[in-house]
Design a protein around this ligand. Sequence first.
Ligand code: SAM
Length: 233
Amino acid sequence: MVNKIKAKKKKEKDLKILGAKTKFKKQVSESSRRYLRRQSKDIYSNMAQDEGYRSRAAYKLIDINKKYDFLRSGMAIADLGCAPGSWCQVLNRTLKGSNHTIVAIDKIPIDELENVNFLRGDFTKDEVYEELLNLCPNGLDVVISDIAPETTGHTNTDHIRSMALVELALDFALTTLKKDGIFLTKIFQGGEEVQLRDSMRNYFNKVAFVKPPASRKDSKEIFLIGIGFKGRG
Ligand SMILES: C[S@@+](CC[C@H](N)C(=O)[O-])C[C@H]1O[C@@H](n2cnc3c(N)ncnc32)[C@H](O)[C@@H]1O
């Protein structure tokens, strides 16, 4: 009920801004208007508000898990680039009642979430890695990464930045996953992702691209999943 009221208030606020063409012409840029128009129409944003998810990104993980059915009770999972926390919410709701462990990492803080060990920092830093190992001394069953670099709007630059982070996320997965583990990562397409998929085949039994319905069709975003980690030598 509280969520519904909040959602209604937000919608009213958005519509007010959209309608304020003349009065606030100078303050509200055309791109903000486009963003708000898109948000107010977007089925996943509305669903996230109704269902209490912190962002529409939740449905990307829900869709991918529907397709690959990889989340199991008792798993140890790292969520790289977790803020604001909707993927953690999906993990908790999907694995409810199980004794799973979630370690969620981000450079920016998140509001506390039950059953989530939040580490604030850059996932590539040694101190973050050490803390993760303290929490999961036997390694991880799943590494999921929705990490996004700060975007510039320049497709090629964003692709290169995204690939650099994805490779670091893959390194992280290769050093922390248990045998048969799973790695899921977001990528901004631009050409190099095909080489990454091919190199991931050296480490995982099955590797595939997946574009979940919740991922906007006009976005270069796609996900790459590696299933069945072959282990470290
Ligand atoms: C698209 S958001 C993730 C949304 C999240 N999956 C959710 O469902 O709420 C991407 C996040 O990656 C984080 N990020 C980017 N680079 C990072 C890094 N090197 N280490 C940790 N977090 C990082 C950003 O701070 C941002 O919060």
